[in-house]
Design a protein around this ligand. Structure first.
Ligand SMILES: [Ca+2]
Ligand SMILES: [Ca+2]
Length: 495
């Protein structure tokens, strides 16, 4: 058994794939030219022409998940040497090898055989759907795309709201490439009433992003104000699903809105529905992972608009439905201004701790002292409860001019540090804090006060993403109709 594996291509999967396709095509073209030249050279008085080399290569099955095995089988005639690329190397004139892909993508293998009669080549492509990572955090932050800039649906003539655009990346079409589901908000935009739901869009990536919603689902109903998209496999079929964290128009008299979910179906499409077990309310933050280790993805959610409101948990039933559990958070978080949650395996133990974005009073005094809550950490006790360890507040260093930031919006964890995106509570300033997990000391490594002139006078962005270069990169609300998020902010932070 040949133990060849497809190569990992963390840095630039698309570029690597394109290169292998080009190689296969070029080889085939060369073969055809040799045959053509041989034919033209034939002369009645010369020696008999050597028989042409012929090859055939197949992969069965041609689509498998990461870690599964598939078999390359080939035959050739009139060949003296054969080889297969992608690290497999020299092979007999006919045979088979078993390969086990270790990462998702599309890999083209090319069999090349040479004999007295020339050289012939045959390609065959293996599709390995991009895996679903075990937490929504990983499905957002572990996916490093060479280009996260997606076009605004307005470029397809569609006119939903433009404030905020939570993006969900996953291999929704199971084709060895990431697609994107975009959720837009009608929150005070385009003159729409604040209670009108927006629509969902799916973009498929070939050589460019192409709108492909109809191939994935028919009911495009989105939230009035989707705040975050959580990608995980909630119904355990190996395919990514999307949970939409929604708060609606978050001021009275609006009462908030339900949460929604897109669930993979056996026929390859998706079903769009309301999450019956979730609270209808102002839900700005959430995260998904298996917090109690039962193999079923759970969801933590914020809830801030009612008396006795508190973050809570939807325990996953493993089939895309959930059971609400109000007992897994400490009483100290009740009726506090907590807007961001992220489940992260901080110590690599498989136990998901919870990063909490509250809003310490900032320089603007924009948080009412009675309900303010620090940014910090709640430890998971291993059974999916956050009640056993004391809350760990993060320090809150000021900018050089004394300005102090407030609400923690987003988190990235890498190499022993937490990188926290933080705004002034009036949303007029933004910063990144680097917090050492070992002792929770903190440094402000980026701060910006006022607007971004290059970005439609926006003053903040909600997400921080890993860039292919290893830097952390801003991603924010799309600017009306044309300018993609990152190039608009042009913010990168060296971790
Ligand atoms: Ca699924
Ligand atoms: Ca669970």
């Amino acid at each position: 058994m040949h133990n060849s594996t497809t190569r990992r291509r963390r840095s630039s999967p698309r570029r690597a794939r394109a290169a292998s396709v080009v190689t296969a095509v070029a080889t085939t073209v060369a073969c055809l030219l040799v045959a053509a030249c041989s034919s033209a050279d034939s002369a009645p008085s010369g020696p008999s022409r050597p028989a042409a080399v012929q090859v055939a290569l197949s992969i069965t099955p041609a689509k498998i998940p990461v870690g599964a095995t598939t078999t390359l089988t080939w035959t050739s005639t009139n060949a003296s040497t054969c080889s297969i690329d992608q690290g497999i190397g020299a092979q007999p004139a006919q045979g088979s090898v078993v390969v086990t892909p270790t990462s998702g993508g599309r890999v083209t293998y090319t069999l090349t055989c040479t004999g007295v009669g020339g050289t012939a080549a045959a390609p065959a492509t293996l599709v390995v759907p991009m895996p679903v990572w075990p937490s929504s955090y990983e499905n957002a932050k572990r996916i490093v795309l060479p280009d996260r800039n997606v076009p605004h649906p307005a470029s397809y003539g569609m006119q939903d709201g433009i404030f905020g655009s939570p993006m969900a990346f996953g291999d929704f079409f199971q084709e060895g490439a990431y697609a994107a589901v975009l959720a837009f908000s009608t929150f005070g935009t385009n003159g729409l009433p604040p209670s009108l739901p927006s629509r969902l869009y799916t973009l498929q990536r070939g050589t460019a992003w192409v709108e492909a919603t109809g191939a994935m689902f028919n009911d495009r109903t989105g939230c009035v104000s989707p705040r975050k998209s959580l990608v995980a496999d909630f119904n355990r079929d190996g395919r990514p699903d999307v949970f939409f964290v929604c708060h609606g128009y978050d001021a009275p008299p609006f009462a908030g809105e339900p949460q929604r979910i897109l669930l993979s179906q056996p026929d390859g499409t998706y079903r769009n529905s309301i999450v019956a077990s979730a609270i209808t309310g102002f839900t700005h933050g959430g995260s998904a992972a298996d917090i109690d280790g039962d193999g079923k993805i759970d969801v933590v959610l914020t809830h801030t608009n009612a008396l006795n409101s508190t973050p809570y948990v939807l325990m996953g039933n493993g089939d895309g439905t959930f059971t609400r559990d109000m007992t897994r958070f400490p009483a100290s978080v009740a009726q506090k201004q907590i807007y961001s949650l992220e489940l992260v395996d901080l110590l690599g133990t498989g136990r998901y701790d919870l990063l909490v974005g509250g809003g310490p009073p900032d320089a603007t005094g924009n948080t009412s002292p009675g309900s303010a809550f620090p940014n910090g950490l709640l430890r998971n006790d291993g059974t999916g409860r956050f009640t056993q360890s004391p809350f760990v507040p993060f320090p809150n260093p000021a900018a050089p001019n004394g300005f102090r930031f407030g609400l923690g919006l987003d988190f990235i964890v890498r190499n022993g540090f937490i990188y926290m995106l933080q705004v002034g509570n009036g949303y007029g300033a933004i910063a990144v804090q680097k917090i050492r997990i070992a002792d929770f000391t903190s440094t402000l490594i980026y701060e910006h006060q006022g607007n971004y002139a290059s970005c439609n006078l926006q003053t903040w962005f909600p997400w921080l993403y890993p860039a292919p270069s290893g830097l952390l990169m801003a991603q924010g609300p799309n600017v009306p109709n044309t300018i993609p998020a990152e190039s608009c902010y042009a913010v990168t932070v060296s971790p």
